[in-house]
Design a protein around this ligand. Sequence first.
Ligand SMILES: Nc1ncnc2c1ncn2[C@@H]1O[C@H](COP(=O)(O)OP(=O)(O)OP(=O)(O)O)[C@@H](O)[C@H]1O
Length: 390
Amino acid sequence: MEYSRTRKRARLAWDVAPQEREAFRDDAATAGRGASPPLRDDDRDGHYVFDLGENLTPRYKILGKIGEGTFGRVLECWDREAREHVAIKVVRSIRKYRSAAMIEIDVLDYLAKNDTNGSRRCVQIRRWFDYRNHICIVCEKLGPSLYDFLKRNKYCPFPVELVREFGRQLLESVAYMHDLRLIHTDLKPENILLVSSEYVKVPNNKRNILDEMHFRCLPKSSAIKLIDFGSTVFDNQEHSSIVSTRHYRAPEIILGLGWSFPCDLWSVGCIIVELCSGEALFQTHENLEHLAMMERVLGPIPEHMIRNANCLASKYFRRGARLNWPEGAVSRESIRAVRKLGRLKDLVYRYVDHSRASLADLLSGLLKFEPSERLTARDALNHPFFRNPT
Ligand SMILES: Nc1ncnc2c1ncn2[C@@H]1O[C@H](COP(=O)(O)OP(=O)(O)OP(=O)(O)O)[C@@H](O)[C@H]1O
């Protein structure tokens, strides 16, 4: 069980300021450019240990750490040969992560190879290599994730016009992957990156209690790309029973009913709500509370899904018919957290001032309990929210 109500593990973005990073960048004249750092042990989690300014093979100079995930650390490096900044995922030296990285490389290659019309909605791989027992995946360097952006803005929601742009591009990427029979399985704001780090500061119409004007940041460009294909699978491949990060996990996964393409569309629905509200829709860390939250927002879980739930999930229901809620709640706090949520339409109307009706309708199509009734990515792209913006 996952205990805390806090939504996030810490994300490390921009842990070195851009000016400092520049200072590390060298040119051909800098001494020792081909030198390798001394051999060191990995840390106890199998992460590669490095110092800023060191080389990662003679070709790359390490400028900073951009991110960290389960699989490894992502470093910003200067590529001396291509003369560009790149993001290198340095995978932990643990066998299961090395194998997963090789699958991610295959997926990245496959996505790039099939992108014949150059839409490039998924991060572009440049190359990969094996260095001191770490698989290193070299990709184009992108900007902050949508989650980083929300966080820096103190979780101030994005304007609906921007949500429309993000939603459209996200669905185009998902449609592209699904056409190739690939299921991402881990869509979340952390895995959607702005292409550029540039932003503008604009006054926020809301003032605080001291009547001070607030400012918020907006990205200069709305272009985004998907990253993290470490959990991507082909639809005909064997599926592990649990996938997706908790808040974005579809009901069929929790109920053990099996999952396929529609699980990505559920995640897209949760992401769009979060971009409009600034907060994760289902802020929970355990199954029963999660299902109760879904019922609160979307209405009752269909009977046939309850009937077919696997034996692990059937314990969340009374006499196989009704969710064991609030009786089965672990705490009053949990009951309060569920009660705090409103119906989907009310949530949308609370946060969005125009295009509300069409956005609420789109979301109710993406957040259908029954996977076969959920909108596909292509259906969603044809929805009036995208086709007839008001
Ligand atoms: N191409 C890139 N450009 C800029 N930043 C990146 C890039 N790729 C990854 N990052 C940063 O590194 C973080 C971790 O990357 P990624 O999600 O690929 O790692 P992971 O180990 O697979 O994570 P997870 O634990 O979510 O599976 C991202 O959230 C992002 O902040």
